[in-house]
Design a protein around this ligand. Structure first.
Ligand code: ARG
Length: 462
């Protein structure tokens, strides 16, 4: 093995086809598990020593060699390219045998690459989930900063992409804040199920060596050990669950991106992206393009692809381990990289969005978004709501024909529809009032939004 041979010499007399050897290889990507593989090997080594399988001297020799391997990898940039390896597990073992010979050959006692790879991937993913959770938090922070910088600004709220009712920009920010809050909860949930140790399951049946699995798990920071050895080496539901949670994060990022793209158009004009996060056109000198947000939106599709791939890979696999499962890692790695990059970019964009308050206010005041207010006004004065709704519809049509907003109509005009309408209607129709009446919890009234902002700050700090 240290001389370039593979891990299963005894049973084989012929040479592997070079093309197949290359095809079979995962070291090109699973080298990312190098550090956790060494960490898990140290813990396994201690487990073997405690079980009396290794002498104290052998265990010390192995652990010090593993440390040297880590150091080598850190100090020499071509360390991984020096020797051809099938995967990260055989790479580390080969280096170990190179350094200390026979005692190195003892480390694989009671262990299989099957429980090893599942352990490594869980260790690796556990830490990456924590990094992603921090990224989600930073995006929430960006949303809060944007909201706090423009507490008073209203924008149109949309349903069916048609102007519906005005909302505060801060309320819009907080909508995404809530989505990301649930994303963090989901990550924490997934992490619990990721943080269970397969090591000790060996190939599939468990090990015959008296290794204290609970002690090894504690040393590696796992919360628990897997309860069934077959399950431990053969399911990748923890990867699927992780990519599912990541897909939901990407969905939220993508919708936020889409809103920002739309709001930055000349047609909407609520936002302008600063030069730091926009690009120009090679042909059209006037262009300022929101590439940053378009890429985030596009990369969501890429992560969904990984989820679909992994579901398809797993659905027909007989128990227990099958080599198909080697395909899990690129999906997980790329998901982690993509989500992290999109979170970072989004947080940067949020810090670089300029809000055009004048345009936003004008938009929030136009388009008959106070029509519901007028219907509610008539309903409060005793008119059945259905009738009020119908009447306001006619008033809107009348206003459209005259190219006026409702509050630009004269009292006489309004009274010609209903004598219930009086001078106080103009206060009712104002943007301020339209916002202020949404004063139930979760509504967009400025005082509720101010409370929600404070609460969000506290939640983020805790
Ligand atoms: N490189 C393999 C993987 O990623 C490691 C496990 C190999 N196990 C085996 N029995 N061939 O899944």
């Amino acid at each position: 093995m240290s001389d370039g041979k593979n891990l299963w010499g005894g049973r084989f007399s012929g040479e592997a086809d070079p093309g197949f050897t290359e095809f079979n290889r995962s070291f090109g990507f699973d080298r990312r598990l190098f550090e956790v593989d060494v960490r898990a090997s140290v813990a396994h080594c201690d487990g073997l020593a405690s079980a009396g399988v290794l002498t104290t001297a052998e265990a010390l020799e192995i652990k010090s060699a593993l440390k040297r391997i880590l150091k080598h990898a850190q100090s020499s940039s071509d360390y991984f390219d020096a020797a051809p390896a099938e995967d990260v597990h055989s790479f580390v073992e080969a280096r170990l045998v190179e350094l200390i010979g026979d005692s190195g050959r003892k480390l694989h006692t009671g262990r299989s690459r099957n429980d090893q790879v599942a352990t490594d991937l869980r260790l690796w993913l556990r830490d990456e989930i924590d990094v992603i959770a921090i990224g989600v938090r930073q995006t929430q922070e960006g949303l809060l900063e944007l909201a706090e910088a423009h507490r008073e600004v209203a924008i149109p709220g949309y349903t069916h992409m048609q102007r519906a009712q005005p909302v505060l920009l801060a309320h819009w920010c907080l909508a995404y804040f809530e989505m990301f809050a649930r994303d963090r909860e989901r990550l924490a949930e997934v992490r619990k199920r990721v943080n269970v140790m397969p090591l000790g399951a060996a190939a599939l049946a468990g090990t015959s060596f008296p290794i204290d699995r609970a002690a090894v798990a504690r040393a590696l920071g796992f919360d628990d050990v897997s309860r069934n050895s077959i399950d431990a080496v053969s399911d990748r539901d923890f990867c699927i669950e992780f990519i599912s949670a990541a897909s939901i994060i990407m969905t939220h990022l993508s919708r936020l991106a889409e809103d920002i793209v739309v709001y930055s158009t000349t047609e909407f004009g609520f936002f302008e992206l600063s030069d730091a996060i926009a690009t120009g056109s090679s042909l059209m000198p006037q262009k300022k393009n929101p590439d940053s947000m378009e890429l985030v939106r596009g990369k969501a599709g890429r992560v969904f692809g990984h989820l679909t791939a992994l579901l398809a890979i797993m659905k027909g696999l007989p128990l227990a381990y099958n080599k198909d499962m080697q395909e899990d890692k690129e999906a997980v790695f790329d998901t982690v990289d993509t989500v992290n990059a999109c979170l970072t970019t989004t947080a940067t964009v949020l810090r670089n969005v300029r809000v055009n308050e004048t345009v936003a206010r004008a938009a929030a005041s136009q388009g008959y978004m106070n029509a519901t207010e007028l219907a509610d006004y008539l309903a409060r004065k005793g008119m059945p709501f259905r009738e009020a709704h119908e009447m306001v519809g006619r008033i809107v049509m009348y206003a459209i024909e005259r190219e006026r907003e409702l509050n630009d109509l004269s009292l006489e005009d309004l009274k010609s529809f209903s004598s219930l309408i009086e001078q106080d209607v103009f206060q009712i129709l104002s943007l301020e009032n339209t916002l202020a009446t949404k004063s139930q919890k979760a509504g967009t009234a400025p005082e509720r939004v101010a409370e929600a902002l404070d609460a969000a700050r506290r939640r983020l700090a805790s």
